[in-house]
Design a protein around this ligand. Sequence first.
Ligand code: ADQ
Length: 458
Amino acid sequence: MREPRLIVVSNRLPFTLKRGPKGIERRPSAGGLVAALEPVLSRVGGVWIGWPGIELRTGERLRRKGDAYRIKGVALNRKEVRRYYHGFSNNALWPVFHSFPTRSMFERHDWDAYERINARFARAAAQEVKGNDIVWIHDYHLLRAPRQLRKLAPKARIGFFLHIPFPPFDIYRILPHDQELLRGMLGADLVGFHVRGYMDNFLDCVQRLPGTTVDRDRGIVRHEQGITTVAVFPLGIDFAYYEKLASEAPQTRRGNGNRLILGVDRMDYTKGIPQRILALERLLELHPEHREKIVFLQLAVPSREEVPAYRELKVTIDQLIGRVIGRFATADWVPVRYLYRSLPPERLAALYRDADVALVTPLRDGMNLVAKEYVACQVRDPGVLILSRLAGAAETMAEAIQVNPYDIDATARALHTALVMSPAERRRRMDALRARERAFDVHVWAREFLSHLRRCTQ
Ligand code: ADQ
């Protein structure tokens, strides 16, 4: 019998195509999901199904010689992108799942498109799947796809992993089509979450679904389509890759002689960037001794610029940074530097390595890989990680200084603590953080998910 293949299905492919003057260019896609899956598929091979980011014209090719795995594009036209991606996925699901219900907007046509496009992804997967192949579907864009695929390929082994939080029942129930979405996820044999709390929230919702029984001790849901196992798989990073990048990257200028505080995020209202700038401002008010000695560098990759809330966030951040610079800068020092673009991995790794403090303070985050990448890159004099307790990563990264990002004063105090921490204490904390991330890297995560899926589909 042939070896089972791995078929990964996600909204985005690992690259996004852009039509440039020299034809079609591939650019790496931004964000955590691609950062997680690319090293896994590169190692084990298989097929990656996703949306390439543009509409291809006749004769234009998606694949290239030398790709470590096969790539299959799912075509979306502009209107479909607007409704399925910006509309239902990012305007309705994303805010509710991150417990920001008042930012959520629903339109019936968006839902119709979501259902239709999910079915398109499911068909693309069904065309690939043979024998005991494994289909691994990812994230909130494709909550309906597991059930749709189950109908097309009843024998397929289907896994689903959610990369963002799952909200408590009282917030989840705000979503129209709440039950259809749960039934969609239950089409999978195995549903995985980053942390226990998200799984518990999911089970609280599933328990209220007619025709469903939940066995919490065994993590099993029985329903009209069959049995679904649920479990927790905390995502790690490609530790060795980041460590190597950081070891080889040239020295940065470490904030021009100032101690460097670093923030790295997709530009998103869940990441708490405005609160972080306010905390820096408070630090400079409370502790004037840090003035002209530190610099806060915020890197933000543009994201979802078609959604109004994201454009407004950018304006807010521009204004806040302007205010802090206006208040505290001197003729030869600025407290904040800000890059609104993506950086190549080598440059990012060098900054992670040379930063004295990483300020990772999302208001809500499924896991947060930036915290983990920072730790992996700390190959020299160790710095300090300040981490929001509202990120999934806080569950395991106990040696970080954990903060409530809504509490501006507390974050300012944490910054001060980090800046004055002794080298021995920094070393102790960083060694423990690094050992854990090295041991539980992305390959372990994928192996555990896939072997669990094999076990529950035997
Ligand atoms: P994201 O919300 O995208 O991921 P995160 O996990 O922090 O959040 O990943 C961001 C990725 O983008 C990182 O790999 C980081 O290096 C990269 N990045 C950010 N800014 C950059 C810049 N300026 N230049 C270059 N690269 C940059 C979602 C969830 C997370 C979850 C992941 C994976 O929201 O909670 O951890 O999926 O499951």
